[in-house]
Design a protein around this ligand. Structure first.
Ligand SMILES: *[C@@H]1O[C@H](CO)[C@@H](O)[C@H](O)[C@H]1NC(C)=O
Ligand SMILES: *[C@@H]1O[C@H](CO)[C@@H](O)[C@H](O)[C@H]1NC(C)=O
Ligand SMILES: *[C@@H]1O[C@H](CO)[C@@H](O)[C@H](O)[C@H]1NC(C)=O
Length: 403
């Protein structure tokens, strides 16, 4: 039997005060929102921040029509599996956030950028709003620039996304209720803070030393969201990137000749250890913030171990082919070639059946892998505390099994 949804926590006085101040500067005419009971799940909406793992179209819209040709996710075979067209998602199909929305009985979460613009269908954000931008870092673009690391994709880092969110929040008639009844997804974010410096040739030890600053930034953003009224916040950690074709290819180069590999999975040890290090610091920070805000539910989503489980026993998950090679790529030992990327090159074709692969394009996952991750989270496994102690999905999600 599924336990019922837990009742909403009462609003702590400090947050209530913050909202009294906030409400006095809202624009009542702009919203026709009314209170109603949740449709099927425990939340009325989803608010999302992050990078390409959660971007449902923001980078595509930010890029504008002039540069769309330069964006992989604007081109087939991106989107081929579920949407049958490119949507700006960096996958063949749906992402974790899409599966979470479906399970809550909510529409897929629309991108914030261009919202209300009739060119993009002028969609409503009543049931969710997504600020995640592919390529985004947790740390400010300027901060990374000072280290010689340039983000060529976007400068809409986490801080920029939070600023957009605040601008959005004041347009609501009752931002407090919107926040209270929302599931807030904070991430995954921070992965690019390691990926970019590595790409710019920063040494592994130096990259690792960025972890405390990255995690601190995520922690202070979390506190800011709580001050704004967030009640349930899911914070995913980083993936075992040492298993990803893009990183395996990088490790194959002369610079990393001394890399060692895990004999059970074939993944690069030091890259996976980098993610483990980040995730340990992140969990400590989440525990610290949770201690300061006992009435808020902060949930850690262990993307690392949820995904590693597939690498350890792929057949159990029906992953028949591409353990360590990309479905869509330009050849080479891991079917990943930086000069011949999925979406750009005729040589980089999609595989016949993406559902047999974990990696879509060498850096992002296939829809089927994202679905496994969503199942792990929704079933409560690989979440701390168990997500299904806060909200149970089992009654709505037929066909989802727990693992
Ligand atoms: C981010 O980039 C956009 C477009 O390249 C630019 O207009 C904007 O000023 C930049 N913002 C910051 C904070 O640098
Ligand atoms: C590889 O060698 C470099 C020095 O050449 C060293 O800094 C690095 O820590 C080594 N990495 C591993 C995984 O042993
Ligand atoms: C990567 O792609 C480029 C351009 O198509 C090609 O010249 C190069 O040989 C490829 N490298 C590998 C290792 O396949």
């Amino acid at each position: 039997m599924a336990p019922p949804c837990t009742p909403r926590n009462p609003v702590p006085p400090t947050v209530a005060l913050a909202f009294t101040l906030l409400l006095s500067i809202t624009f009542p005419a702009l919203s026709s929102r009314r209170r109603h009971s949740p449709p099927a799940g425990c939340f009325e909406s989803i608010i999302s921040f992050g990078d390409s793992l959660a971007d449902t179209g923001n980078l595509l819209r930010l890029s504008g029509s002039s540069t769309v040709s330069g964006l992989a996710s604007a081109r087939l075979p991106y989107g081929e599996t579920f949407f049958h067209r490119p949507t700006g998602r960096f996958s063949d199909g749906r992402l974790v956030i899409d599966f979470i929305a479906e399970s809550l009985g909510l529409p897929l979460v629309p991108p914030y950028v261009g919202g209300g613009d009739s060119k993009f269908g002028g969609q409503s954000f009543d049931k969710g709003v997504n600020f995640a931008v592919a390529g985004a870092t947790a740390l400010d673009a300027e901060y990374l620039k000072e280290m010689g690391v340039y983000n060529l994709y976007t400068n809409a880092s986490l801080g920029v996304q939070i600023e957009w969110f605040k601008q959005f929040l004041v347009t609501l008639q009752d931002g407090k209720i919107f926040m209270e009844n929302s599931l807030v997804l904070l991430g995954e974010i921070g992965g690019n803070d390691y990926n970019l410096p590595l790409d710019f040739g920063m040494r592994p030890e130096q990259v690792r030393s960025l972890a405390p600053a990255i995690v601190r930034y995520i922690g202070s953003t979390l506190q800011e969201l709580i001050q704004l009224g967030a009640k349930t916040i899911l914070v995913p950690g980083n993936f075992p990137i040492g298993c990803f074709p893009g990183f395996l290819t990088m490790s194959n180069s002369d610079n990393y000749k001394n890399s060692t590999y895990d004999p059970k999975t074939g993944c690069v040890n030091w890259l996976n250890e980098l993610s483990i290090h980040h995730n340990e610091l992140l969990q400590k920070e989440l525990n610290r913030v949770q201690g300061l805000h006992p009435r808020v539910s902060i949930i850690y989503a262990d993307y690392y171990n949820a995904l590693l489980k597939i690498y350890l026993s792929p057949r159990e998950f029906g992953i028949g082919k591409g353990m360590l090679s990309a479905c869509c790529g330009g050849g080479g030992p891991f079917n990943f070639n930086k000069s011949s990327l999925c979406g750009f090159s005729l040589q980089a074709k999609s595989c016949e059946d993406p559902s047999l692969y974990i990696s879509w394009d060498g850096l992002h996952l296939t829809e089927v892998a994202y679905k496994f991750l969503a199942q792990a989270i929704l079933g409560g496994h690989h979440t701390v505390p168990h997500f299904n102690s806060i909200c149970s999905f089992t009654s709505q999600v037929t066909g989802f099994y727990e693992y």
